[in-house]
Each structure stands twice: as structure tokens, then as C-alpha cells.
Design a protein around this ligand. Structure first.
Ligand code: IPE
Ligand code: IPE
Ligand code: MG
Length: 242
């Protein structure tokens, strides 16, 4: 029997278009997109998927009009406030990855509070990629590695793939088995570039506010029918058996 993905990453795209199609402001699309987050989280809990990473705001998104950036910051705080009780009841642990150094202090404080409060929950880890981009993460990791080298904590022989992984924001999580992108674009937009080296990619035209549990189950079914070879020839090989 083929196994469920342990870790699903989602590039939640299409909120702006969803709103524009209805003659609404883009930020209305972001508010509607927040409903999909709840639906997809519930669907992952139901299926027993233990890790879900949601790409919520990229470092590049900071270059959007100030009004939209502010609306997204406010929405992120509001979402934590409205959902914290449900997250606790559902035994969900929150982790946030991204460049905290350049995030608004009130957003950092809210996320830190939420991470602390949910730290002992263990049914599902919801990883929010906020003010995140993969290249930014790799630059920050490289600087930290250089510091360890300068302080004689490591030598060049310590550096291998595992070591690099251990210096990324995602060090505590397995690599994503599947990455879903909604909204029709066929790109990764700086999301988990290192970690996605063997992820199954799934693209759908469905805009994020329209993405429902049935769409997720369809993606999972397709994932379970794919042949993951990791460069080998045996179609039943699993990565952890290599
Ligand atoms: C994704 O939706 C959410 C964020 C990037 C914050 P978009 O805002 O990119 O929506 P489209 O792609 O313009 O429709
Ligand atoms: C990717 O969507 C980022 C998030 C979903 C948070 P974008 O809308 O920013 O990506 P591009 O600009 O279409 O590549
Ligand atoms: Mg977009």
C-alpha cells in the first residue's frame, strides 16, 4: 500500500485574482483565503498528515503596495487571535519560519506567543512560512555556518548535506513529500528550494480561496499513485531505505 505524504507544503496563490474577479479589493481575497487555511488544516488532521507548511508571505511580497502588505500583517495577527483556541483543541503545534529580523515587531511577538503556547501539541505541526524566501534562508544559514567556522566550532569536514539542512529554518522538520501550488502558476517562487529537491510537485488552476478539502484529497490521491525513485531504478524504494 502506498503511503500518505508525511509533509505537505502549499503555495497558497490566487487570492488577489479571486477578489478582482468579483470586483473586490485584493485584501478581501486574503481574508477569504484564510477560510481555506482552516479547511485544509482540518482535512490534514482528518487524514493524519503530521506536517503542513503554508507559504503565507514571501520576502518579495514586501515590495507590494504598502496597503496590501499592512493588510496581510494585520490579518496574520488576527488569525492567530481567532484560531488559538481551536489550534489548542486540535492539538496543533505552530512553527513559523522566515526572516524574523525584518518582520514587524508586533507580528514577531504574536507568533512567538503562539509558538510558545502550542509547543507541546503533537498531532500536527503547522509551519507558517512568513516573510520567508528560500534564498534569504540559505544566506542566513551560510552566515551562521561562517560564524561557527570563525569561532572554531566546526571545520570544513563537518559540512555535508545533513549539516546544511540542520542550519536551515526547517531543521526540525522532514523535507516536504509534496508541494501543491494553487492559482495556476507553474513555479516555486522561492519556496523551500533546498528542501524540495525530491518533492512531488502538484499544480492546480483552482484559486486558493476556492481550494477545498476535496481538492486536497485529489492531490493526495495523485501523490499516492506517483512513483518516487530518488534517482534509483526500483519503483518501490523509499528515501529512508537508501
Ligand atoms: C497569494 O495570493 C497570497 C500572497 C502572496 C500573500 P496573491 O496575492 O499572490 O494572489 P494573486 O496571485 O495576485 O491572484
Ligand atoms: C508566492 O506567490 C508567495 C506566496 C504564496 C506567499 P506570489 O504571488 O508572490 O508569486 P509570484 O509573484 O506569482 O511568483
Ligand atoms: Mg500570486
Amino acid at each position: 500500500m502506498k503511503s500518505l505524504p508525511i509533509h505537505i507544503g502549499i503555495i497558497m496563490d490566487g487570492n488577489g485574482r479571486w477578489a478582482s474577479m468579483r470586483g473586490e479589493e485584493r485584501s478581501y481575497g486574503h481574508i477569504k483565503g484564510a477560510n481555506s487555511i482552516d479547511e485544509i488544516l482540518q482535512a490534514c488532521l482528518f487524514k493524519g498528515v503530521p506536517f503542513l507548511t503554508l507559504y503565507a508571505f514571501s520576502t518579495e511580497n514586501n515590495k507590494r503596495p504598502e496597503q496590501e502588505v499592512n493588510a496581510l500583517m494585520d490579518l496574520s495577527i488576527e488569525m492567530v487571535n481567532t484560531n488559538i483556541e481551536k489550534l489548542m483543541n486540535n492539538n496543533v503545534r505552530i512553527k513559523v519560519i522566515g526572516d524574523f529580523g525584518k518582520m514587524k515587531p508586533e507580528v514577531v511577538a504574536k507568533y512567538q506567543w503562539c509558538m510558545e503556547k502550542t509547543k507541546n501539541n503533537n498531532k500536527l505541526t503547522l509551519i507558517l512560512a512568513f516573510n520567508y524566501s528560500s534564498r534569504n534562508e540559505i544566506v542566513r544559514a551560510t552566515k551562521n555556518i561562517l560564524l561557527e567556522y570563525k569561532n572554531n566550532i566546526i571545520t570544513e569536514n563537518d559540512i555535508d548535506e545533513r549539516f546544511i539542512s540542520q542550519h536551515l529554518d526547517t531543521k526540525d522538520f522532514p523535507d516536504p513529500d509534496m508541494i501543491i501550488r494553487t492559482g495556476g502558476e507553474l513555479r516555486l517562487s522561492n519556496f523551500l528550494l533546498w528542501q524540495a529537491s525530491y518533492s512531488e510537485l502538484y499544480f492546480t488552476d483552482v484559486l486558493w480561496p476556492d481550494f477545498k478539502k476535496e481538492n486536497l484529497f485529489e492531490a493526495i490521491d495523485e501523490y499516492m499513485n506517483r512513483d518516487r525513485r530518488f534517482g534509483l531504478v526500483n519503483c518501490n524504494t523509499k528515501k529512508n531505505e537508501i
